[in-house]
Design a protein around this ligand. Structure first.
Ligand code: MG
Length: 295
């Protein structure tokens, strides 16, 4: 099942889609009433989820919406906490980042890099990304698999970790390289308003057969820039959840951005950063794409 948040009649509403034909249904038309996606993730029961699948099988008796015609928002508009990010989590990206700035990105990394990103409001799948002229001179994109947890976990093993996943989404971990490197800590350069476009949906975990085998891509103005597969992650999704949960409670609704493959703007020779008017598309197999113009 794919879950969407859309603005309909000035209200944030939740929709579910069961087929690939772009048809979706309001959850409230299906008898499920939740305040927002966080409420759904944290409080939906297995019976309610099962009920949705059963409804889909016998044919949904509710008004159908066409996803293409809706004003989609980020599936989780207001994350409950900062987004947890993995840094330098694909080998080829490690190389390109080190070549851009050995001081900022080079050296040995025996352990996974974790950092966080403030996201007061996640941007929608077609919302503009602010260029911040005068503040940012090196705006960059990072296509990433977003992992959303469905329950609170602490101290779980790698083997159990994927059972805690509610679903997956596409995140563009937009980065201001000048702010990211000058402040040493990456937080500021990753956290400007509008720097976390997300969507177009959450694909529930039961529909992703192997999360470590999904093609991940990005395009700028139609040109293919990133073209990899989640199998090349250095730290796996299960490994990251397990490692983070040792000593730290990860709450339901936690969003983890799992790092980006090679092909970002700072990795090009010479570096090629985003300019006003550019269109960035981030895409992951089985989930979909987000298309954000720099404004
Ligand atoms: Mg990133």
């Amino acid at each position: 099942m794919k879950l969407y948040t859309a603005l309909i009649n000035n209200r944030e509403q939740l929709l579910a889609a069961f087929e690939e034909d772009g048809t979706a249904y309001l959850l409230e038309d299906l008898g499920l009433f939740f305040l927002d996606m966080n409420d759904f993730i944290c409080n939906v029961t297995e019976e309610q989820k099962q009920g949705l699948y059963e409804m889909a099988q016998i044919g949904v008796n509710a008004p159908a919406y066409n996803i293409e015609e809706l004003e989609l928002l980020a599936p989780i508009v207001r994350p409950r906490q900062d987004v947890i990010c993995l840094g330098i989590n694909y080998d080829e990206h490690a190389k390109e980042a080190g070549q851009f700035s050995e001081e900022a990105f080079g050296g040995e990394r025996p352990y996974t890099i974790y950092f966080s990103k403030r996201v007061s409001k996640a941007a929608g799948p077609k919302e503009g990304i602010p260029s911040y002229e005068g503040l940012v001179d090196s705006l960059d994109y990072e296509s990433e698999l977003g992992v959303i947890l469905g329950k609170d976990v602490k101290g779980i093993s790698k083997e159990e970790a994927l059972d805690a996943v509610f679903g997956y989404t596409v995140i563009n971990d937009v980065s201001a390289r000048n702010l990211q490197t000058r402040h040493k800590q990456w937080y500021v350069g990753k956290s400007l308003d509008g720097f976390t476009p997300m969507g177009p949906c959450i694909v529930t975990a039961d529909e992703v057969e192997d999360v470590q085998n999904l093609d991940i891509k990005s395009y700028v103005n139609g040109q293919l820039r990133q073209n990899s597969n989640t199998r090349y992650m250095i730290q796996t999704v299960a490994g990251a959840i397990s490692e983070l949960s040792q000593g730290m409670t990860l709450q339901a609704g936690t969003i983890i951005a799992t790092g980006t493959p090679a092909g970002v703007g700072m990795g090009m020779k010479p570096p090629c950063f985003l300019q006003k008017g550019d269109m960035v598309v981030c895409e992951i197999e089985g989930i979909g794409k987000i298309e954000n113009r720099i404004v």
